[in-house]
Design a protein around this ligand. Sequence first.
Ligand code: NAP
Length: 297
Amino acid sequence: MPAGAKRFMRMKEIDGYTRTCGLIGNPVEHTLSPVIHNTLAGLTDQKLCYVPLKVEAERLEEAVKGAYALNLLGANVTVPYKSDVIPFLKEIDPLAEEIGAVNTLVRTEGGYKGYNTDMPGLYRAMRSDGVRVEGEKVLVLGAGGVARAVAVLLARYGAEEIILMNRTPEKAQRIADEINTMTKTAIARAMGYEDYELLPKQDRCLAIQATSVGMYPDCGDVVIAEEAFYRRIHTGYDLIFNPKKTRFMELVEQSGGRAFNGAKMLLYQGIIAYELWSGLSISEEMADQVFAAMEEA
Ligand code: NAP
């Protein structure tokens, strides 16, 4: 069937019972979230339609209140509003509060409840790829919003040690201090990229690449280029998904490690949000179908 006919068939399914969800952010034009949620709605036979909702910074409160007034079932929230949206919610899930970022709004009586599905999404993606966190010594590259959330996840899911590395080491140290205070342990520490030689050579680590370096169009970039660093890594998980194989992933593989990109994290953060909105549980078979639709898009 031609793409135009398929689109027409889908449009015909929208009727007076259709519920709307959307993505609040700016920019929103390049998002894959509509592919994820509209495919899920089709696979699960739900009357649900997902659209991008571009919002200017000074109108975020109005946008959240307006979405509620317009009876939107829920929304995702993306850059740059994941923290800024919190004051406009009725309630916040404890994990999202701990992470300090909300990427999913779920309609409740009197307002939206905020969740963070990015981190459970990353955990589910890693499990689906056979990557364990429990008992692991983990290197986190980066100290931005996502790296902080990753560190919270690692502490929650039983990593043995968390080493945060960043271009600006003070930011990595701040996160390490927060994690240690939160967990009342000394599980986290910080170092600069140039200090990787201080890491023991004999035990290889899981490394999570949580910087924006290496993202399209700067595909050849990487925060550490030395081969000696990659010999210390058994698994490299890059949160970037465009390009599909980053330079970081190539370097991990060249040193004999396994490497994964961030596409499955994106998939599972969407699936968990959809499960919250619909009350359904999405099977791995359906997850595979959505992943195929994302790859096609
Ligand atoms: P952020 O808060 O802006 O942090 C950016 C990080 O990258 C910081 O650690 C920053 O170091 C580092 N960085 C940027 N440019 C650099 C350079 N030229 N050299 C060295 N380090 C540099 O961003 P974020 O929100 O944490 O997001 C980070 C990445 O996560 C995104 O780019 C995206 O690819 C990925 N992500 C993936 C998903 C998914 O579903 N797969 C979801 C969300 C995010 P400084 O602190 O020194 O500036």
